[in-house]
Design a protein around this ligand. Structure first.
Ligand code: GLU
Length: 373
């Protein structure tokens, strides 16, 4: 299955970690960028479309700005990203010029993907670039997205991009060989896991044990990204990006890295967007009956099953549903504001009409706008 999915890949998103392309002390790692570009050019030449998500802007800006360490304050991180990003893209451009490939720079913020119209615009732009044989090189627009710098990570961005461009494979290149049974730096008997068929608790715990040097999220965010894209039918490959030629040979069926199988019944594009791109504005805590109706019987959410409403949101906003214990299990677009829900929670649907004179919707969240996580 692994070999079949890898060899048949037609469109892949390749996420390149900071440590591969830049170092705090010396700035850009030009030889390494050239090596990765050569590998990607080879893959591109074998009739596959390639989209790159590259980190490294902040690290690449440290040396030119004369900073002694990784910047701590947001303005300095943004300044470093601004200085580093132009250098980073110039290095990619030069490397790909030698292979005869055209590249394009795209800087995205979370808002670009959270707004459905802007999401679709970005999708059209990327599709046009791919049609013209261009390799898009994407990063988060660090200089304007404060949130990204505080919490963001490019593993997540790459997962979102895989959805945006309808990729078949997400490749995450870093300075580690893949997912190990334990942290190989501390435990010499740790072994590489070549194939992950299911995202079990133990896989997620295993990820918590490993760390990569420069990467913001370490293994945890990589596994999260793999888990997200699996839900929309995309496989993930974690691979060491320091080894020249490894990615092209793995795409031809050789062993290497850790491969994560996709989910067998993927979500449609709109549900993927609700589940993984939108950020929840509030929480609805549900009783056991409602949890079962949503989870097992594919029903819509009615007001009678709501125990509690948390946060301030408007009709149309994304919310998360939890069970009685607070465990999150679903996400959806809500038909009523938090203000109204506070008044109708636990009530029968027909009571809404009595309370407000009108009843715009039967359901608080319609099942078409609801995703079980
Ligand atoms: N966007 C950041 C940068 O280019 C990196 C974020 C990450 O490493 O996940 O420096």
């Amino acid at each position: 299955m692994r070999d079949q999915l890898l060899t048949q890949t037609k469109r892949l998103v390749v996420k390149i970690g900071s440590s591969l392309v830049a170092s705090r002390d010396d700035g850009l790692r030009i030889a390494q960028i050239v090596s990765i570009a050569n590998d990607l050019a080879q893959i591109h030449a074998s009739n596959r479309q390639v989209v790159v998500v590259s980190s490294g802007a902040i690290v690449a800006g440290i040396h030119p700005l004369g900073l002694k360490a990784y910047p701590k304050s947001i303005p300095l991180k943004q300044a470093a990203a601004a200085v580093g990003q132009s250098r980073l893209i110039r290095a990619y451009e030069k490397s790909f010029e030698k292979t005869g490939d055209k590249v394009a720079q795209i800087l995205l913020t979370h808002q670009d993907l959270a707004d459905r119209k802007r999401f679709l615009n970005a999708r059209h732009t990327l599709t046009s670039l791919l049609k013209y044989g261009v390799i898009p090189i994407i990063n988060e627009n660090d200089t304007v997205s404060v949130d990204e710098i505080r919490f963001g990570d490019n593993d997540n961005l790459a997962g979102q991009v895989a959805h945006l461009v309808d990729a078949d494979l997400l490749v995450i290149l870093s300075d580690v060989d893949g997912l190990y049974t334990a942290d190989p730096r501390q435990n010499p008997s740790a072994t590489l896991i070549p194939l992950v068929e299911k995202f079990t608790k133990s896989i997620e715990q295993t990820a918590g044990l490993s760390r990569s040097q420069e990467s913001r999220g370490g293994m945890v965010t990589k596994i999260q990204a793999a888990k997200h894209v699996a839900r929309f039918g995309v496989s993930t490959l974690l691979l060491n990006g320091e080894i020249q030629g490894l990615l092209p040979s793995v795409l031809q069926g050789s062993s290497g890295g850790t491969f994560f199988l996709p989910h067998i019944s993927p979500l449609n594009s709109r549900k993927q967007w609700i589940a993984f791109t939108l950020r929840s504005k509030g929480l609805l805590q549900l009783d056991q009956g409602a949890v079962e109706a949503l989870q097992q019987r594919g029903k819509s959410l009615l007001p009678s099953g709501i125990l509690d409403v948390k946060g301030h949101f408007n009709a149309g906003d994304p919310i998360t549903c939890t069970d009685e214990k607070g465990q999150e299990f679903a996400k959806g677009l809500v038909n009523y504001s938090s203000h109204i829900l506070q008044q109708i929670k636990g009530q029968n649907t027909r009571d809404i009409q009595k309370l407000f004179g009108t009843r715009e919707y039967e359901e608080v969240v319609h099942r078409d706008n609801l995703v079980i996580l």
